[in-house]
Design a protein around this ligand. Structure first.
Ligand SMILES: Cc1ncc(COP(=O)(O)O)c(C=O)c1O
Length: 395
């Protein structure tokens, strides 16, 4: 048996989203990842075999800087159907996931100390990339039940000159909320007037459970103000490390000309070649339908369990897509302390302050419904209800 510490990351216990142990008998709704049991092993092994059988020598070579051409055409067609809007393959820059895309955006368009606007709350690991890795000055913009508050953006613009605004407009992480069409239009107008970039992290856009969301910011790629980040992590598998940026042809060229790409070639050439077969053959589309069905059932199960075990001790809205419920508890509940109590009951969640660029929102918490089966969701929420029953804030 190996004892090499470098191989520790190869176990399924790896949990990048919280420091909470993912041991077999605990149910940690803080984990914002797909269920391992739902991952598309059969599909990926079929498309890999098919792609290798094509037998060309380019598969294992360095890739084209902007991303493999045939893959970009297949992706553009897939997105055109999903977005119900034209997608130009020349406006797609292939990346190794949305996280890498965000990192590259910061490298290319920001300098340490620059101001960026972020939603309050936001995706906590994106905040790390912005605030810690790139030392940007993140200014939190309040959100309401429909996402980013546009009067608050306009107000902040009287005091700051942001380089970019980072938003998760659809089925947001952590709130599950979606920005309505009119607010999207207003934000685009403000970006034009005040000359900042909208970095729209649209990784959940295609993961609706019923009616589709408003058109994505990607539909405005031509404007030169929008960088839309997409990813296969939520619609196929995160281990593939495959995503894209959709933006104007001019900005796309800037990505492709970066030193990173110049040295390493296209950012995920090999995987994109396998996924291309899944796109062209319809496997990706069918798998996404399966995911939507499975997640819709999990949302319903979590909502029912929350009503049964949490009741009026928190408020929430049922997400129409994505991965997350966002619970607002009574003002006097400190969810960081609640998490300590929950560890004893072998249940976990992500406390609100982790999702805040300024450490606020301590009476809120995020629950992911994507990672566990329905019986586990029911059991986990039952445990959480018991934690609420006995919890008292520390003095
Ligand atoms: C909003 C958001 N952006 C990006 C990511 C990470 O995407 P990727 O795996 O493509 O880097 C996540 C995953 O949790 C997410 O929720």
């Amino acid at each position: 048996m190996t004892t090499n510490p470098d191989q520790q990351g190869s176990t399924a216990m790896y949990d990048r989203s919280t420091q909470v142990d993912r041991s077999a008998d605990s149910i940690n709704f803080g984990i914002g990842q797909p269920d391992f049991a739902l991952l598309p092993h059969a599909l990926m092994s079929e498309v890999a075999a098919e792609r290798f059988a094509e037998g060309d020598t380019e598969l294992l070579n360095y890739g084209f800087p902007q991303g493999d051409g045939r893959f970009r055409w297949a992706l553009a067609e897939f997105l055109r159907r999903g977005y119900r809007a034209a997608v130009d393959p020349q406006q797609l820059m292939i990346t190794a996931g949305a996280s890498q895309a965000l990192n590259l955006v910061c490298t290319l368009f920001t300098r340490p100390g620059d101001t960026v606007f972020v939603e309050e709350p936001s995706y906590f690991l994106a905040l790390r990339i912005l605030q810690e890795d790139h030392r940007l000055n993140a200014v939190p913009i309040p959100t309401d039940e429909h996402g980013l508050s546009l009067p608050a953006v306009a107000d902040a613009l009287t005091r700051h000159r942001p380089v970019l605004l980072y938003t998760i407009p659809t089925y947001q992480n952590p709130t599950g909320r979606t920005l309505p069409h009119n607010r999207r239009q207003q934000l685009l107008a403000l970006a034009e007037e005040h000359e900042f970039l909208i970095v729209a992290d649209e990784v959940y856009h295609l993961l609706d459970f019923g009616s589709p969301p408003p058109p994505p910011f990607a539909a405005h790629a031509d404007s030169g103000r929008v960088l839309s980040l997409g990813s296969f992590s939520k619609i196929l598998a995160p281990g593939l490390r495959l995503g894209w940026v959709q933006t104007s042809a001019q900005l796309t060229r800037q990505f492709a000309a970066s030193g990173l790409v110049d040295s390493g070639g296209g950012l995920n050439h090999f995987t994109s070649n396998l996924v291309r077969v899944a796109l062209e053959g319809g496997g990706q589309k069918d798998y996404l339908e399966e995911l939507r069905r499975a997640y819709r059932q999990r949302v319903e199960a979590m909502d029912a369990a929350l009503h049964k075990h949490i009741g009026d001790r928190a408020t929430w809205t049922v997400p129409a897509g994505g991965f997350f419920f966002w619970l607002t508890c009574a003002d006097n509940i400190d969810t960081t302390a609640l998490l300590d109590a929950a560890a004893g009951a072998k249940v976990g969640f992500l406390p609100g302050p982790r999702c805040s660029s300024v450490g606020g929102l301590d009476h809120c918490l995020r629950l992911c419904f994507a990672h566990y089966s329905i019986p586990e969701i029911e059991e986990g929420i039952r445990r959480l209800g018991q934690v609420f029953d006995t919890f008292q804030n520390p003095p």
